[in-house]
Design a protein around this ligand. Structure first.
Ligand SMILES: *[C@@H]1O[C@H](CO)[C@@H](O)[C@H](O)[C@H]1NC(C)=O
Ligand SMILES: *[C@@H]1O[C@H](CO)[C@@H](O)[C@H](O)[C@H]1NC(C)=O
Ligand SMILES: *[C@@H]1O[C@H](CO)[C@@H](O)[C@H](O)[C@H]1NC(C)=O
Length: 764
């Protein structure tokens, strides 16, 4: 009886749905008939910039949120008048030009080092750009350094292309420089690799002279830069330069079976799909013989070749076809239409009605499609009921927030796997106590083995209260967006259970805290390893902070949240407390969260959270790495319970060597250790403004690592050799600085390289 009723109900629902589909499809048809653009009221300009679809300034006008252009009408330009300015997504990156050929021009800043300027600014020496969506064109852009005795380095913090490169320009006068030629004298250039979406540029000007008061470094569109000797002075007036990005749609290729899906972006008939030449995704182009916007249905219009002058047909014989043209005499005439300059003579024509047949075919085909769609919906309805129960948990567990996010940020969620409850139960032996890896503020972490023998760490939230749900979803969203080799990777999650679960990659070698404070392990943590771990952690945090649209503050940086794998590669974990900051709110006031001993005192007092709070916590981790001491310890005198205080006073009173971990003092050169100690001290500054940014910290550590691995810069080269290098200016060195990174420097001079790691103590 009840099943009969169910069937009836189902049928009624089906009819309603079918009607709904019909209504929707008619609206779509009328909409496309009325206007070609996704939404006919879309604003397609911002200032002087034309914004073709798939880009757009508001919802319904762009393909997906990656193509959002924010048009800020209130920003005023250099002339004080207010013109609308377009920005990439929700960022401060200004868009200069969009072309449907897959190029996007944005403006980027010049890094400058002017040691003589009274308002000496540390910040200007570091410029970084971080894009989520589109890679930087490696064919159109080039890294350029302008100045005499100027070293420029460029680094990428992104996950798979971890590299550093750069060039050095050394010269002792303006003689020998050639306008229009950037070939090593006063100006040097080096290409950038493909597939990078971020860079940080660092410039050092070593020798101030009248003709070269500053050093400059920048990445810019190669063909728009023309070196002039005036740039040694005048580059100072220029603030931004154009940079070309390669944009593409999605992360699939044309070969992937996506051409038949509704999401396929080459909407126009007579359009073709091309794979991106730089990174993932594809582009569309109108087929030959057509022009227009291939991303719009009906966007590729026929080119009327007969309008062009060199079609080569006889007078009046050019016939434009859709997609091509031919030369034949017009109806009622005959002759050789292909002969240029000849003419046609009258004859009797025959009409054709093939057009009507095509229209009839189209109509019957679309009816068939509608019918097929209707029946598959009927089948789907039955399955929907089964899913309902799990859906209840799913909703309770914040699935809706997550779903909404997936809708908005479709692409980044693709690698996240949704696990079933049974799968995870099996993997953890029903959450057996022997599988517990650790317990944190937000829950318990179990070790699990999936059916394909992959080891994972499964995080189970403690209790399921509503305030934690938001935090949980926050963590999921955050982590799915992050793909960095020094950040613990989220593999998936399970929302079907009462308590939501997160599945992470399993990091084999425990926490950094274990390694530092366990006496048997600490000795195997050499100085080189410590420096590597510090650099990698700084890189990961800098990466999080430099997110263009929404910087991520970790909020709980500590040695127990830094995991190590078998190669002692650092992986930053536990984003339970982290949150995004929208661009317009640089500071946010929240409940103070964090761990005693690592907590930024400024944040603790004021509740004002900035990225600099992570810098402070990282400073404590650095102190821990240097001294082997706990962040909070009652073994030390009362006033030095806090490692930050203990360390700070030791550095201040020049007692550093008393508190350093014994074996690193014995094994390593004291100079780099002192540099790191200075860096830690800078991070631990009480005033937020006095602390360096995470990017600056990462760059300094990076520089130290280069020196550590290749102490060529420190060897006492003979004076003649140094002179020689300075005068000739082109010696190319390629130095491998570890996994996938190398520095290539044109020219070479010891004190110059050494200064790379100096500025911190000079600057404060
Ligand atoms: C944009 O690029 C096109 C083609 O390269 C060019 O014709 C146009 O002038 C550029 N517009 C701006 C504002 O740079
Ligand atoms: C600085 O530049 C001047 C002029 O080019 C040169 O004579 C001098 O040797 C340079 N000093 C150093 C330390 O390189
Ligand atoms: C380069 O051009 C600028 C002005 O265009 C001129 O003042 C300068 O002398 C030129 N330099 C050389 C080396 O030709």
């Amino acid at each position: 009886m009840s099943s009969l009723l169910e069937t009836v109900l189902l049928q009624q629902q089906a009819v309603k749905l079918l009607l709904g589909v019909l209504v929707i499809s008619t609206t779509i048809f009328t909409a496309t008939a009325a206007a070609e653009v996704p939404n006919s009221s879309c604003n397609r300009t911002c200032g002087s910039l034309e914004i073709p679809y798939p880009f757009g300034t508001s919802e319904g006008c762009y393909l997906d949120s990656f193509f959002l252009i924010t048009c800020n009408s209130s920003s005023s330009n250099n002339f004080g008048t207010s013109t609308p300015t377009p920005f990439l997504r929700v960022s401060n990156i200004e868009v200069l030009n969009i072309s449907l050929d897959g190029e996007l021009r944005v403006s980027t800043y010049i890094a400058r080092d002017c040691p003589q300027e009274s308002n000496y600014n540390f910040r200007n020496r570091y410029i970084s750009l971080r894009l989520r969506e589109f890679p930087i064109s490696y064919t159109k852009n080039v890294f350029t350094v302008v100045g005499c005795d100027t070293l420029g380095l460029i680094t990428s913090f992104a996950s798979d292309k971890n590299y550093t490169t750069g060039c050095l320009s050394a010269c002792d006068s303006i003689n020998g420089m050639v306008n229009g030629s950037c070939s090593g004298v006063g100006c040097c250039q080096t290409p950038i690799p493909d597939g990078i979406k971020d860079f940080t540029v660092n410039v050092e000007h070593f020798n101030v002279s009248e003709f070269s008061p500053c050093g400059f470094a920048f990445v810019m569109e190669e063909k728009t830069y023309n070196f002039s000797t005036l740039d040694l002075q005048n580059m100072q007036d220029k603030e931004v330069v154009p940079l070309v990005l390669d944009w593409a749609v999605g992360n699939q290729t044309c070969e992937d079976d996506n051409k038949n899906t509704t999401g396929f972006a080459c909407k126009a008939a007579n359009s073709e799909c091309y794979n991106s030449i730089n990174g993932l995704g594809y582009r569309c182009n109108c087929s030959s013989g057509y022009h227009g916007n291939p991303y719009l249905s009906g966007g590729c219009q026929d080119i009327d070749e007969c309008e062009t002058l060199n079609h080569g047909c006889a007078v009046n014989a050019c016939v434009n076809h859709v997609g091509s043209y031919s030369c034949s005499c017009p109806m009622g005439y005959q002759g050789d239409g292909w002969r240029n300059g000849s003419s046609c003579t009258p004859v009797i024509p025959k009409p054709s009605n093939s057009k009507n047949i095509i229209i009839a075919l189209c109509i019957s085909m679309s009816l068939l499609v509608l019918l097929l769609g209707g029946s598959s919906i009927l089948l789907g309805l039955k399955r929907m009921k089964l899913i309902k129960l799990q859906e209840k948990y799913f909703q309770q567990n914040g699935g809706l927030i997550l779903q909404e996010h997936i809708l908005n940020h479709g692409r980044s969620m693709e690698t996240t796997k949704i696990f079933s409850n049974d799968e995870l139960k099996k993997a953890t032996n029903n959450y057996d106590a022997s599988r517990v890896l650790g317990k944190g503020g937000y829950g318990t972490v179990y070790k699990g083995v999936l059916s394909d023998n992959k080891e994972v760490a499964i995080k189970k939230s403690k209790i399921c209260d509503k305030s934690q749900i938001k935090q949980f979803i926050n963590e999921v969203i955050l982590l799915t967006q992050i793909n960095h080799r020094n950040v613990v990777k989220l593999i998936g999650c399970c929302l079907e259970t009462e308590v939501p679960l997160l599945v992470y990659e399993f990091i084999t070698n425990g926490t950094l805290s274990n390694h530092i404070h366990d006496i048997s392990r600490a000795s195997s943590l050499s100085w080189e390893r410590r420096l590597k771990i510090a650099t990698e952690t700084a890189r990961a945090l800098a990466y999080l902070h430099s997110e263009t649209s929404m910087p991520i503050i970790h909020r709980d940086v500590k040695s127990t949240n830094i995991l190590l794998d078998d190669n002692h590669t650092a992986k930053v974990a536990d984003f339970g407390a982290s949150r995004l900051i929208a661009l317009d709110e640089i500071e946010i006031t929240t409940l103070v969260q964090g761990t005693l001993g690592y907590l930024d005192p400024e944040y603790f007092q004021t509740g004002q959270l900035t990225e600099k709070s992570d810098v402070y916590s990282f400073g404590v981790v650095l102190a821990e790495l240097l001294t082997g001491e706990e962040a909070i310890s009652s073994n030390r005198p009362e006033s030095y319970k806090n490692l930050a205080m203990y360390f700070g006073s030791a550095v201040k009173e020049d007692r550093l060597h008393h508190i350093l971990e014994d074996h690193i003092v014995n094994e390593a050169n004291i100079e780099p250790i002192k540099e790191v100690a200075n860096l830690a001290k800078a991070c631990l500054m009480l005033r937020v403004e006095d602390r360096p940014t995470m990017m600056e910290v990462a760059m300094e550590l990076e520089g130290l690592r280069i020196m550590e691995k290749h102490p060529w810069g420190k060897d006492n080269q003979t004076t003649e050799e140094t002179e020689y290098l300075l005068n000739t200016t082109t010696l190319s060195l390629n130095i491998d600085i570890g996994v996938g990174s190398s520095v290539s420097v044109v020219g070479g001079h010891d004190s110059m390289i050494n200064q790379l790691v100096k500025p911190l103590d000079d600057g404060r």
